[in-house]
Design a protein around this ligand. Structure first.
Ligand SMILES: *Cc1c(COP(=O)(O)O)cnc(C)c1O
Length: 611
């Protein structure tokens, strides 16, 4: 592992002016670049897509995360679907400029130095969102501490709490060292909640935390916004008070206790975040409601997730849009003008995307899939509530449908957390089902190492995106949004974003609610046999559906819209405030102006809005 803390001179790019940055976005994981392993799945993708939209719309933001020198992991699957993992080692010093500041915090009773690397997210008109990746691999640090920023979601709970202390406390220290005092600190999930304690220490300016008053806590809360991401209890980090005291020390531990941030006698990062925020939200309408029931003492709002359109729309479709609707890049609402784009052009993009996917499948597996056969995609983090097995409840029925409709191909992908034995078992179950169904005319392939690039190809290239979570555990889900932006409809349980996105037979299909898994899988089979397959046989009707996916849903399920909602509801909510809202609007106008100067195409009128 490298000892150096300074980037090579070639990487010494000047940092944009930070004095005007009003929002600091904190996330344990951020998907910044396909080649940089600083994310594990949906949470990191959302963080990355948020920052990409912030850059496109010239938002006054910076972000903070950890460097994760050994990444999440690369997944390997053997012939029966047994998962093994290897580290993904990367070297920030040969890739990124240094933030040129080293800060220190006291934790575990000793001082730990933290440096940072800067990743610039560059928007469509050149605006930059600097992302600071905290790194403890410094000479002089205790050997244990040097590895604290190595593994995303690795190690034990003690390691995890140390990482969260570095993110929250170290992140605040770094912003201060960089001369920043943001008005808004956005905690993307509870992992960042210790930033509240960091801000409290800053406010006390050297005085003991024991002197902090309720007024101090409330003042810090005014600076913070919190987004919760899961209704699954295991998704909410908690730590024993012994660990809390040993990592954070007596003063911080006592303060956390005194301000009522323990839950069931544990340090619960969600409750800490709730106590230190003035605005709290869930990530889809339904998730907001479920979270409100979980946390009745706090007001929980909803802001539905999105994805960054320019990141997830396929190259062929981007080329079409750039000619026909160039404004889509800075303002995704223009995607409504997809109704002025011919169905043939839309359908042709999908043909190309599907072929690209099938070529990749062949390259990886040696299996030649048929481009004319209905192809379903199912890819996500492997967790029990996601119920991959719903598709295989009745293999005979599935085989019968496949025979009737001229074949069926299903592509799976997804990683199980290395410590999740049950999740790994689910992958093996898919392999078993594949072996059973292959001779019955259903081709099922499980593709290794689901990541950004594979996610891109799958969501762009399959015909239908399938999602079968157990309600109400899918907080939002975003992969179906990547699909719809490419004109790929979903077949999904009415959970998460799909509650808002499903217009039956227009943007996709709902798996009807039933009391049993058999009942729900039966609905899945019914839709496949009676709705999806017949429509798939009619190319122009299918293309019309692809158009609706983009024109009806694409204009909403994107991070440009989502970020605007954060601005107007969470970051600067005072509707009567003279400067807050106009500023957000101004910034978008500025971004729009500078990017439309480059393109002078007149957009086509919306031809029709049929459903
Ligand atoms: C989009 C994405 C996810 C999140 O998808 P969900 O629909 O929330 O399951 C996870 N992993 C990768 C690699 C992704 O691209």
């Amino acid at each position: 592992m490298s000892q150096t803390t300074s980037a090579s001179p070639a990487l010494d790019v000047a940092c944009p002016d930070l004095s005007t940055r009003r929002i600091a976005y904190f996330s344990m994981e951020i998907a910044l670049d396909p080649a940089i392993p600083t994310y594990s799945g949906g949470l990191g993708m959302l963080a990355g897509d948020t920052l990409r939209s912030a850059a496109d719309t010239a938002a006054p933001m910076v972000a903070v995360s950890l460097v994760h020198r050994r990444g999440y992991f690369e997944q390997h699957l053997d012939a029966v679907g047994q998962q093994t993992e290897t580290d993904v080692v990367w070297s920030p010093e040969t890739t990124l400029p240094s933030a040129k500041k080293t800060v220190s915090i006291v934790m575990q009773g000793r001082k730990i130095s933290i440096c940072a690397w800067r990743f610039d997210v560059v928007g469509v008109a050149g605006h930059i969102i600097p992302v600071f990746l905290l790194d403890t691999d410094l000479e002089g640090n205790d050997p244990y501490d040097r590895h604290l920023t190595d593994h995303l979601y690795g190690g034990d709970t003690y390691y995890r709490l140390c990482q969260e202390a570095i993110l929250g406390l170290g992140g605040i220290a770094l912003l201060e060292a960089l001369g920043m005092t943001p008005e808004v600190h956005h905690m993307n999930e509870g992992h960042a909640a210790l930033l509240g304690i960091g801000l409290l220490e800053q406010r006390l300016n050297g005085a003991s935390l024991e002197t902090a008053t309720e007024e101090d806590r409330a003042a810090v809360a005014q600076l913070c916004v919190f987004t919760t991401h899961t209704p699954v209890p295991a998704g909410h980090d908690q730590f024993g008070t012994d660990q809390m005291f040993s990592v954070l020390g007596g003063e911080r531990g006592n303060t956390i206790q005194r301000f009522g941030c323990l839950h069931n006698g544990m340090l619960n990062m969600t409750y800490l975040a709730l106590r230190f925020s003035r605005y709290v939200n869930g990530v889809a309408m339904m998730h907001g409601k479920v979270s409100q029931e979980m946390f009745p003492d706090y007001k929980v709002h909803s802001i539905t997730n999105g994805v960054h359109a320019a990141t997830w729309i396929s190259k062929p479709l981007q080329d079409v849009l750039d000619v026909e609707i160039p404004e889509w890049r800075h303002d995704n609402q223009y995607l409504r003008s997809i109704y002025g784009v011919s169905l043939t052009k839309i359908a042709n993009c999908h043909v190309k995307n599907k072929q690209r996917l099938l070529d990749e499948v062949f390259r990886r597996t040696g299996q030649q899939l048929n481009p004319n056969v209905l192809t379903l995609g199912f890819a996500r983090r492997v967790a029990t509530y996601k119920r991959a097995s719903l598709l295989f409840q009745d293999p005979k029925r599935l085989a019968k449908i496949a025979k009737k409709i001229g074949g069926l191909q299903i592509l799976f992908a997804g990683k199980a957390h290395p410590a999740d034995g049950a999740g790994k078992g689910l992958i093996r179950e898919v392999f078993e089902a594949a072996a059973t169904l292959e001779p019955m005319g259903v081709t099922i392939l499980y593709l290794e190492n689901y990541d950004w690039k594979l996610g891109e190809m799958l969501t762009q290239g399959v015909d239908v995106w399938v999602n079968t979570p157990r309600r109400p555990y899918e907080a939002s889900g975003t992969s179906g949004m990547k699909a719809l932006l490419n004109g790929v409809p979903s077949l999904s349980v009415l959970d998460g974003w799909w509650v808002e996105g499903c217009a039956e037979n227009v943007t996709g299909w709902a798996i009807e609610r039933a009391d049993t898994e058999e009942g729900e899988s039966c609905s899945l089979y019914d839709k496949l046999e009676n709705m999806i397959a017949p429509l798939y046989q009619k190319p122009s009707a299918w293309a019309r559906m692809q158009q609706h996916c983009i024109g009806v849903n694409g204009i909403f399920f994107n991070t440009h819209r989502m970020l605007a909602q954060y601005f107007n509801n969470a970051y600067f909510p005072q509707v009567s405030d003279e400067e807050a809202i106009p500023m957000a609007v101004d910034m978008m106008a500025t971004a729009a102006k500078s990017s439309s100067e480059k393109t002078s195409k007149i957009i086509k009128p919306i031809a029709s809005m049929p459903v």
